[in-house]
Ligand binder design. Structure first.
Ligand code: E4P
Length: 220
């Protein structure tokens, strides 16, 4: 299972990389707005810095802010020319799907985002998106079962052997990650702190403390 980090923060990405936990990166306009970036040029340079961190790993999904077909194409092309590791992230709607189809023909990789239903995921796959990003956490937030959506998409994609990879997004808890792993989801994209919480178990801390205490009591 691939771990993508859902952030535009370089320090977090360095940390993930040092732990061998950086397989890819996703950003969105809200995540970009959290960083000290104030111009389009700075955003471009920031994306390039992230891509350079990825080396032999997968890619960086950079989201378009355009909403109509012509502008999505223009913006997406510009993003994809920045670095070979950039995947153009495009929200699902009619213009978005048309753009994904266009980029598919041009062999430019895309990630279809803001997926909240199985129908949307089918449309993304049929258009040739490389990734589909269903938002687990935001569905759970409104008392819908995010995991059920992921399972349904996986089931359908497997039946038709679609090439679109599922990138489970809006991850809020370690259980989201574990449940996705149990059903063989290709990748999750998560804030680093949620991934780090996979390390935690009270018995590990208690066990380590006891091992060290026993050793120090005997060996001088
Ligand atoms: C990634 O593709 C999504 O933009 C992101 O996971 C959304 O996460 P959030 O629901 O925590 O904002």
């Amino acid at each position: 299972m691939k771990f993508f980090i859902d952030t535009a923060n370089l320090e977090e990405l360095y940390k993930a990389k040092s732990l061998g936990l950086l397989n890819g990166v996703t950003t969105n306009p809200s995540l970009i707005s959290k960083e000290s970036i104030f111009s389009k040029k700075e955003i471009e340079n920031h994306y390039i810095s992230i891509c350079n961190l990825l080396e032999n790993e997968e890619d960086l999904s950079a989201e378009v802010i355009s909403t109509n077909y012509d502008d999505i194409i223009k913006e997406g092309k510009k993003l994809s020319f920045l670095h070979s590791k950039i995947v153009v992230k495009i929200p699902i709607n009619e213009d978005g799907i048309k753009a994904i189809k266009y980029f598919y023909k041009k062999k430019i990789k895309t990630n279809c985002t803001l997926i909240f239903s199985t129908g949307q995921a089918i449309l993304a796959a049929k258009a040739g998106a490389n990734y589909v990003s269903p938002f687990m956490g935001r569905l759970d937030d409104i008392s819908h079962n995010g995991l059920n959506l992921i399972k349904e998409i996986k089931n359908i994609y497997d039946k038709y052997s679609f090439n679109t990879k599922i990138l489970a997004a809006s991850i809020r808890s370690p259980l989201h990650i574990i449940e996705c792993a149990k059903i063989g989801i290709y990748a999750i994209t998560s804030p680093l702190n949620v991934i780090l919480s996979l390390f935690n178990h009270p018995l590990t801390n208690i066990g380590l403390e006891k091992f060290l205490k026993d050793y120090k009591n005997k060996i001088h």
